[in-house]
Ligand binder design. Structure first.
Ligand SMILES: *Cc1c(COP(=O)(O)O)cnc(C)c1O
Length: 429
């Protein structure tokens, strides 16, 4: 762990990252100045951003947010970014739709209000644009010129696009056998895209080595050495959901888990809104969703363990296929503290759930969304989700990137261009 950082070209005492005050260890609380570091020098625990929110007037803040741009930067006062962030070249994700899903609610028997937060509407069609937009601002502040990442697919596309727009070089790493939609989406923006012979955990290990080597010198890995900043982007999901519900906490949320970062930061975002007085304090439950073929956190939760035992992933939900999730233990904490749960579904249930969401709400989710909707259904059936309380389900990606999963879907009939042929096909009223 000697080389836990790449020397930034900017003195970290002079960086302007708005309300971010320091980096703080999630394990021992040790604080260090803002910089491109991600592991505690005392205990090697993961670092996260600490803020000084003491001098905010709640009503002023609410007004400022509501007058802000229709993207994540409306929450700039709560993020590690300079106040003038909206003037910088950035893909500006966020403010995606919160869809009231009444048809799906009817199918699932939910009466307390069911919403789908649809992040397929982001610039590169996944939630990853939120975290990358944050990392870009940190990379800019620290003087990096190359952006990189280890990715299960969506992150590579988000980094490619954000780098193109913001004027960085990009070189990203993915498992070599991803869906074509993910590969093309990552390559099209003109950066370098490298397939690694191995799974995501191999890719991630490789990137950790590269960071400590002169070959990776000066590179900002959005989900490694910039991870504390990157992770904060997920808080914007919590902020948007609450603002779109009229500054209210939902009772229950279902969130997919890959590394588990998104789930833990949505919780952090909700806690901040409570602390700032922007929402009324009341209990909420956070549920985590995994695919059975990569369910290390779900297995640990159901077994009552604190330790997440790594798995070798084998599932169609490739964007969630992280066998050794960095935030796994923190996800267990959040699920247990809030009275939620972590559950998993089979690949067959993932496909059924993709079709269910499409058929009821006109939303075509990628396999990760199928995991989340499938787990939601299962948790309602086994009584862990209360159908009489409000429920927000996160759709984090777009079905056009994972067409193979539903490849048997297609033409209802092929006919000659005649009415006779149409009638023969049995499609007339
Ligand atoms: C990366 C990803 C997730 C989960 O991300 P983590 O923060 O690593 O848990 C969920 N859905 C999609 C579509 C993703 O690409």
């Amino acid at each position: 762990m000697a080389a836990q950082t790449v020397a930034p070209t900017t003195d970290s005492t002079t960086v302007d990252l708005g309300p971010a005050a320091a980096l703080s260890c999630r394990e021992c609380g040790h604080r260090v100045p803002l910089g491109p570091v991600f592991a505690c020098e005392e205990c090697f625990g993961p670092l996260e951003i600490a803020y000084d929110f003491s001098d905010y007037d709640t009503e002023e803040l609410r007004k400022q947010i509501e007058a802000g741009p229709a993207n994540i930067w409306r929450y700039a006062p709560l993020l590690p970014v300079p106040a003038d962030v909206a003037t910088k070249p950035n893909i500006n994700p966020g403010w995606t739709k919160l869809v009231k899903a009444d048809n799906l609610a009817r199918e699932l028997g939910v009466t307390g209000g069911l919403y789908v937060k649809d992040d397929s509407g982001n610039p590169t069609h996944s939630f990853k644009d939120r975290v990358v937009a944050q990392a870009v601002e940190a990379a800019r502040a620290f003087g990096y010129t190359t952006l990189s990442c280890s990715s299960t697919g969506n992150l590579a596309g988000a980094v490619g696009a954000a780098a193109a727009r913001a004027g960085f070089r990009s070189c990203v790493f993915i498992p070599h056998d991803l869906e074509q939609g993910k590969v093309v989406m990552a390559a099209i923006y003109g950066g370098e895209l490298v397939g690694i012979e191995g799974n995501y955990d191999d890719v991630n290990r490789f990137c950790s080595e590269l960071i400590g080597d002169p070959a990776g010198e000066g590179w900002g890995f959005v989900n490694v050495n910039l991870r504390p900043y990157y992770a904060e982007g997920s808080k914007t999901l919590a902020y948007e959901i609450c603002e779109q519900l009229g500054w209210q906490l939902p009772d229950q949320l279902v969130i997919p888990i890959a590394s588990g970062s998104q789930l833990t930061k949505v919780d952090k975002g909700l806690q901040e809104l409570i602390k700032l007085g922007l929402v009324e304090d009341k209990p909420y439950k956070i549920f985590g969703a995994q695919a059975e073929g990569c369910s290390p956190v779900s297995v640990a939760f159901k077994g009552g363990h604190d330790v997440v035992r790594p798995q070798k992933p084998n599932t169609i939900a490739k964007s969630l296929a992280i066998g050794n999730p960095a935030d796994g233990p923190y996800v267990l904490d959040v699920a247990r503290r809030t009275g939620g749960a972590v559950e998993d579904v089979t690949d067959e249930q993932v496909v059924d759930a993709i079709k269910l969401l499409a058929r009821t709400e006109g939303i075509f989710a990628e396999t990760a969304g199928g995991v989340t909707v499938g787990v939601t259904k299962k948790l309602i059936e086994n009584g862990l989700i209360d159908p009489a309380k409000s429920l927000v389900v996160l759709n984090t990606g777009d079905g056009l990137k994972t067409l193979d999963a539903v490849a048997e879907t297609g033409l209802t009939a092929t006919i000659r261009p005649t009415l006779e042929s149409f009638r023969e096909a049995g499609l007339a009223q």
